[in-house]
Design a protein around this ligand. Structure first.
Ligand code: 3HC
Length: 677
């Protein structure tokens, strides 16, 4: 097999080039080639300096994650990096694209670094439940200081080349199109510099206050995760005056602990699951896409406004339609306010507000959607309303345009049948707030054309969503699985649990909120029949008293003016009244364990049914839905991955104990020691 690494001589400079698509991950062959390349440069007396660069779209994007958990092949990355640093001739890293993780660590092992202005540098290992395990936690603080090292390692967001230059992580910026030539010239310039600057030989300025302050400031953000604390501990070790060798030994031990743990396995699973979700089994990757240059959105409420913002932010013009002028004005006003608030926080430039608003065309007429390439409706969730609307769109919107519904439950095939072009109809289910939540469920109708699906999946990436394909069924993947959880949560109230107890268990599990907090946020009155005299459930009883959730300052909780919740004595009375009225047994003590079994196990069961029915392509797609749409803790890898860590036999036993009909595939997988796929 040919090596992905080649060497090229440019006079007295040896350029070591990696060509390992797609992202030059540092797999065994790349590591071996790098080692050989540097050895060649060191051994050759005619070479005075070396450059390491990559072909393709990026500098090394990190260790090869697919190798994790498999037997290690020599040389290890730390060995290669130590060897580069120990070379007695200068080695220059020439960076373009993203120097991430192990890639950043290779660069920091080099004596000098030059990068194009568009490059980014970072250590995102924490997002995989890990830490930079090839010296990053010890070299970054030595070069850039403790504060930036904490930010980069424990949060994992890459920084720009110019910021890296200010921090000393980059020595020089190259021309955007002349990286190799500039790197060679730089290498010649520094060829006779001695002693060579080696990060491992630098001292760290101790800053214990910075470490403590960082821990405190980010405690909430890091709640439940193991990796951030380990990253902080490694930087703290460097900042404590420990020798480089001691720091590296500490880093290695912490890295191995994380690598063997469930959290990193879960986070790595999600990394690949997210990328896998973008692939549709029977839609080839090279399917020609329909051009989407202009989008129409129907409905300027919270949902329609949020959906519009996704496209505006991506530079795609939007025509937004409402029925009444005041609703249209209100909707566009909210969009502007949201952009202005983002600009005030410094997250976008003030000009970006006007650019986005300038690309928005508000109108009261559906006829103005005629030349849109994609129209998404976000109107009232009612089949008749949607059918009538799609019938109209069919006569108005140009041929070849995609017609999408943002429905969260309804049958997309039935909606599609109200048009003469069901192949152009698809579900695009955004999650509220639609400009923030990353998930997009793409609902594939029976007749949806393959190029429509491919176009919507590509568009999702463009507007920075994570898209998952779902089949037509009530609630698709996410809301369908939410239903049994909500049903069981309500039953638990009848049996003696309190809303706060159930929610507490979910929050302790790592969810952003529990089922009752979620109801209060979304609105207890959603889907309510609106007849206060008809009380058939605890929810009806709450709705009848206008306990509609946060918006009326009362729901399953009482709220003060600042929307701080407190347990509600009135809700306790309502539950008790309802319990007595329905002749339910006296309340009993309910354990936290039972809450998990009753509310989370049925979700796994529903997920298994969804897979059996072919409504999701793969179990990992379901995990992606729950991570990005509902805030399932990523360190638990989504409900289906979590089910594997919990143990399928235990889940089946728990479901049976509580009288739930167990999905056939779940039973089979549990019995055979397999997993749900
Ligand atoms: N190892 C193995 N495969 C990788 C990889 C890696 N580090 N990074 C990306 N890939 C694969 C992806 O799975 C994908 O494969 P597919 O085409 O079969 O689905 C392909 O490369 C392209 O990736 P993306 O679709 O993500 O491409 P983008 O252009 O959108 O993004 C990227 C490129 C920003 C480099 C992004 O892939 C990324 O963030 N990669 C991970 C970076 C990372 O986490 N690095 C740290 C690794 S851990 C480490 O280095 C440990 C060390 O400290 C010891």
């Amino acid at each position: 097999m040919t090596s992905p690494i080649r060497t090229e001589r440019h006079g007295d400079v040896l350029v070591i080039v990696s060509d390992s698509p797609p992202v030059n991950a540092l797999g065994a062959a790349v590591r071996q080639g790098l080692e050989a390349g540097v050895k060649e440069g060191v051994a050759d007396a005619s070479i005075t300096a070396m450059v390491i660069r990559c072909d393709g779209r990026t500098f090394f994007a990190g260790a090869d994650i697919t190798e994790f958990g498999k037997p290690m092949q020599e040389p290890g990355l730390p060995t290669v990096i130590d060897m580069i640093e120990a070379a007695d001739k200068p080695v220059v890293a020439a960076i373009h694209g993203t120097a991430l993780g192990g890639g950043c660590e290779v660069a920091l092992g080099c004596h000098y670094r030059i990068a194009v202005p568009s490059a980014k540098i970072g250590t995102p290992e924490v997002k995989l439940g890990l830490l930079p395990g090839a010296g990053g936690t010890q070299r970054i603080p030595r070069i850039a200081g403790v504060k930036l090292a904490l930010e980069m390692t424990a949060k994992g967001d890459p920084i720009s080349a110019s910021r890296a230059k200010d921090a000393g992580l980059i020595d020089r910026l190259a021309g955007e199109d002349s990286l190799e030539a500039d790197a060679i010239a730089f290498a010649r310039e520094v060829a006779s510099n001695r002693p060579l600057p080696r990060a491992s030989e630098k001292n760290v300025t101790p800053d214990p206050e910075a470490v403590e302050a960082f821990r405190k400031e980010n405690a909430r953000r890091f709640r439940g995760f193991d990796a951030p604390a380990a990253n902080i501990a490694c930087v703290e070790k460097a900042a404590s005056g420990a020798s480089f060798a001691d720091g590296i030994a500490f880093e290695r031990a912490e890295f191995m602990k994380l690598m063997m743990g469930v959290q990193s396995a879960a986070q790595r699973h999600i990394f690949f699951a997210e990328r896998q979700a973008a692939k549709i089994d029977d839609v080839p990757a090279d399917t020609p896409l329909r051009p989407i240059k202009k989008v129409g959105v129907i409905g300027a409420g919270t949902m329609g406004g949020g959906i519009s913002m996704n496209f505006l932010s991506a530079g795609i013009p939007v025509t937004i339609v409402e029925m009444q002028q005041d609703a249209l004005d209100r909707g566009t006003g909210v969009i502007r306010k949201n952009y202005e608030a983002t600009a005030a926080k410094g997250r976008i430039k003030p000009e970006a507000v006007e650019a986005a608003m300038g690309a928005l065309t508000p109108t009261l007429s559906l006829d103005d959607l005629a030349d849109c390439d994609l129209v998404i409706e976000a109107v009232y969730e009612n089949m008749d309303v949607k059918k009538e609307l799609f019938g109209k769109l069919d006569t108005i919107v140009k041929k070849g345009a995609i017609l999408a519904s943002n429905t969260s439950y309804l049958n997309v095939d039935e909606i599609a049948a109200s048009t003469g072009r069901p192949e152009d109809v698809v579900g695009m289910h955004f999650f509220s707030p639609a400009n923030v939540m990353k998930l997009l469920e793409v609902v594939r109708g029976e007749k949806t054309a393959k190029d429509v699906l491919a176009t919507v999946m590509a568009l999702a990436k463009k507007i920075r969503k994570v898209a998952v394909v779902a089949g037509v069924c009530h609630g698709f993947i996410g809301n369908r699985m939410l239903a049994p959880r909500q049903i069981e949560a309500m039953k638990l109230l009848m049996e003696g649990a309190t809303p706060e107890q159930v929610d507490k268990v979910h929050v302790a599990f790592g969810m952003p909120m529990g089922p009752f907090q979620m109801s209060d946020l979304a609105g207890v009155d959603i889907g309510w029949h609106r007849d206060p005299t008809r009380i058939e459930s605890i929810r009806d009883a709450l709705a009848a008293e206008k306990r509609w959730g946060q918006k009326t300052q009362a729901g399953f909780y009482d709220y003060d003016e600042r929307r701080n919740p407190s347990p509600s004595p009135r809700v306790a009375e309502i539950i008790e009244e309802f319990r007595q009225k329905s002749g339910a047994p006296a309340p009993r003590e309910i354990s936290d364990e039972e809450i998990v079994e009753r509310t989370l196990y049925p979700m796994v069961n529903e997920g298994a049914l969804i897979l059996e029915e072919g409504k999701a392509q793969r179990a990992s797609d379901i995990d992606v839905v729950w991570i990005y749409g509902y805030g399932w803790p990523v360190y638990r890898g989504g409900p289906m991955f979590w089910a594997g860590t919990e143990g399928l036999p235990k889940i089946v036993a728990g479901l049976e104990k509580h009288g739930c009909a167990v999905a056939r595939s779940l039973k089979d997988a549990a019995a055979s020691g397999g997993r749900l796929k």
